[in-house]
Design a protein around this ligand. Structure first.
Ligand code: GDP
Length: 195
């Protein structure tokens, strides 16, 4: 599978603005600075499709991209930015929950975790949320270029234990810098979504 076309559709502020075309959707989520924009740009071969936010955690927009004219990629705002207020955190939570609950076309989540750190409490919460709603979750360990082979093994173990992943669940390794893990991630995303 190759991503040949990716078109920006909308930066939605309210759920009323979400597209109604009915295409299957894949949502990308992770803490601020995990490498989500870079990953989306890497897999779509675009430099600036997903914008690297100047003020992490401030953007509360849900960005929709139409991929190969058949699937939406949905870039959800990053969480866990230290400087945001409790009320901003609350509004993030409400937004994600209403998206999770109300979106029949949502097929998969790509949950990004930083390979260099233990998954945070927010990562755990997000992972539990996704699973609670019964949505398939692809766990991606980012910035893998920063680790040695041994460190990758340790990191995988920590991610697996912290997120309580079952032994048959894969952790995909990704580096935007080295462009590693790209094909496997794209294949996993598109698996069983489109013919
Ligand atoms: P976002 O906030 O999750 O969208 O994260 P960004 O994609 O904006 O990346 C955050 C920072 O991490 C930037 O300084 C990127 O250059 C850096 N970064 C992103 N992906 C990688 C990667 O694969 N390897 C390395 N070494 N750095 C990365």
């Amino acid at each position: 599978m190759e991503i040949k076309q990716s078109d920006f559709v909308i930066s939605a502020v309210t759920s009323g603005q979400y597209p109604k075309d009915g295409f299957p959707e894949v949502a990308f989520v992770g803490k601020s600075n995990v490498g989500k924009s870079s990953l989306i740009n890497t897999i779509t071969n675009r430099k600036k499709l997903a914008k690297v936010s100047a003020t992490p955690g401030k953007t509360r927009l849900v960005n929709f991209f139409l991929i190969n004219k058949v699937v939406f990629f949905v870039d959800l705002p990053g969480y866990g930015y230290a400087k945001i207020s409790k009320s901003q955190q609350q509004s993030w939570g409400n937004m994600i929950e209403s998206y999770l609950k109300g979106r029949a076309t949502l097929k998969k989540f790509v949950l990004l975790v930083d390979s260099r750190h233990k998954p945070t409490d927010d990562d755990i919460l997000m992972n539990n949320w996704i699973r609670h709603y019964g949505i398939e979750c692809i766990v991606v360990s980012t910035k893998i270029d920063k680790l040695t082979k041994n460190e990758i093994i340790k990191s995988d173990k920590l991610i697996r234990e912290t997120l309580k992943l079952s032994s048959d669940e894969k952790i995909l390794h990704f580096s935007s810098l080295k462009r590693t893990g790209k094909e496997e991630l794209i294949d996993t995303i598109f698996d069983r979504i489109v013919e």
